[in-house]
Design a protein around this ligand. Structure first.
Ligand code: GBH
Length: 495
């Protein structure tokens, strides 16, 4: 018989488990930082010889596909205000700053026939300003802004782009490599591919569901591996850096403990994360993807699987090409095996044969897809370790949006406290996490959502020509976390 007391203890235990904050200190050398991306903050879209990229092209369309008809033409104006950005980073006392390079600013045609010296100088200045202030630059080579001339030829669906990306990476290693330890080839390739070529949620808004995404991913993976090998053979000895990739995923929690739902949650994680991380660690696409896409393709009348195949040589060439892994985590979904397999639908989403939903009790943000579920981060980190082995991991993005109406962003403070606590739990579980990067340093151009969703620690006044930056409450919190090395952000932390 279960007494009232036992019930009470159970309830207390479950609520405390859900909300317990880990107040132990992070390792001494743990890296705390913030992130941005070139198109989202730089502006200067056609200045000093920069070429056009796919976000310039898409945001200049009439009618505009951006919810508030805005563009990144000026954005946060970081092209002119990078010293102010670095001063903000210094105020925060971050260890590192993650930013991305604009391919079209460096190679205006997308090809290496013409290198833009003013574009190179901009990033050299930024890197110098960071180094002078003791801030480690973490450089993303590609964060979604494909040069338009390459897009005109099919962009990431045309294998021509593999060698063009490697040409670009070579220019970048040659010019900046002496000052860079942490490289990320791609940011969230899943979004480039599934949203860019399959679901029209990102530039170039190409409508090729169930086909374009897989061609894109195949080329992204080969481009990554070739850039990694180039670095490994020509630069590593001298420059001593590491080349990784920032791969995003949500956590997928099985809706019930039935085998079907447990398998469905795992399958969806393989479709999200495994799609990119597995070929570059274990080698080749996840078995679940190969099987289900081949079966569906056959039922749909295709003579071969819509998922391209790697040759044995390619599998070997791709394997073990991540020196470390970047994880972008924001939220969690419940996952259940789809009763209706929707064979008539040709798309990446339908291919997974999983339905998802988010729970009403999970707190909302200003982004429809983002609810606050901190424990999902700990589970994702443990899943990565269990799936690929003991790879070093840095959280390359984590954050929450609000509507920009107040500088008192308590929801963000709570979000970071809970998520950092979850990261510390994962470290205590034995996962090799060496850093955490908040998205974002400041409010910026949120892709098709324009300036309507605010992820910044700093508020940016987009109505002012100065793009004035003002700290939100979360700046003080994050700064204290860094100073004291624990989520309480004060001296009462445990050792
Ligand atoms: C990141 O993507 C980006 O790297 C960054 O540039 C961006 O500003 C930041 O996050 C904030 O969004 O619409 O329900 O189909 C975040 C990961 C995963 C968010 C896919 C949007 C689409 C969910 N993204 N998600 S839904």
């Amino acid at each position: 018989m279960i007494t009232k007391e036992v019930w009470l203890i159970c309830i207390m235990l479950s609520t405390s488990l859900a909300t317990t904050i880990n107040v132990s200190r992070f390792p001494k050398d743990f890296m705390f930082g913030t992130a941005t991306a070139s198109y989202q903050v730089e502006g200067g879209w056609n200045e000093d010889g920069k070429g056009e990229n796919i976000w310039d092209e898409v945001t200049h369309r009439v009618p505009s596909p951006i919810v508030d008809n805005s563009t990144g033409d000026v954005a946060c104006d970081s092209y002119h205000k990078y010293k102010e950005d670095v001063a903000m980073l210094k105020h925060l006392r971050v260890n590192h700053y993650r930013f991305s390079l604009s391919w079209s600013r460096i190679l205006p045609t997308g090809f290496n026939n013409k290198i833009n010296p003013i574009g190179i100088a901009y990033y050299k200045n930024l890197i110098k300003e960071l180094r002078d202030n003791n801030i480690e630059p973490l450089v993303t080579i590609f964060h979604w802004d494909t040069p338009q001339p390459l897009e005109n030829l099919g962009g990431w669906t045309n294998e021509l782009i593999i060698d063009r990306f490697v040409d670009y990476a070579k220019v970048v290693f040659e010019n900046f490599g002496d000052d860079i330890t942490y490289w990320l080839t791609f940011n969230e390739p899943r979004q480039t591919c599934s949203q860019g070529y399959g679901s029209k949620q990102k530039a170039p808004l190409v409508d090729s569901p169930g086909i374009g995404e897989y061609l894109c991913a195949h080329n992204v993976l080969k481009a990554h591996a070739k850039a990694w090998h180039l670095y490994d053979e020509k630069f590593r000895n001298v420059q001593k850096g590491k080349v990784g990739m920032a791969i995003d995923t949500a956590w997928f929690e099985p809706d019930t403990n039935s085998t079907e739902d447990v398998d469905a949650a795992e399958r969806l994680q393989q479709f999200n994360h495994g799609w990119y991380a597995r070929p570059l660690t274990i080698g080749d696409y996840p078995e679940q993807m190969k099987k289900v896409i081949a079966e569906r393709s056959a039922l749909q009348g295709f003579s071969q699987s819509r998922l391209p195949q790697f040759t044995q040589d390619e599998i070997k060439y791709l394997k073990d090409t991540l020196d470390y892994l970047g994880l972008n985590y924001y939220t969690t979904n419940m996952a259940l095996d789809a009763d209706d397999k929707r064979i008539d639908v040709i798309s990446y989403d339908a291919d997974a044969e999983v339905n998802t939903y988010q729970k009403d009790e999970w707190p909302k943000s200003s982004s429809s897809w983002l609810r606050v579920v901190p424990w999902g981060l700990r589970k994702t980190l443990n899943w990565i370790k269990n799936t690929y082995g003991d790879i070093p991991i840095i959280i390359t993005e984590n954050g929450i949006s609000e509507d920009g109406s107040s500088l008192e962003d308590e929801t963000r403070v709570n979000y970071y406290q809970q998520h950092l606590s979850s990261v510390k739990d994962a470290i205590d579980d034995g996962v090799n996490v060496f850093g955490f990067t908040a998205w974002s340093l400041m409010d910026n151009f949120e892709w098709l959502r324009g300036y309507t969703e605010h992820f910044g620690l700093y508020h940016v006044d987009f109505a002012s020509p100065d793009r004035t930056r003002t700290p939100k409450e979360s700046v003080e919190y994050f700064k204290n976390v860094i100073q004291y090395g624990c989520v309480l952000g004060n001296s009462t932390c445990d050792n």
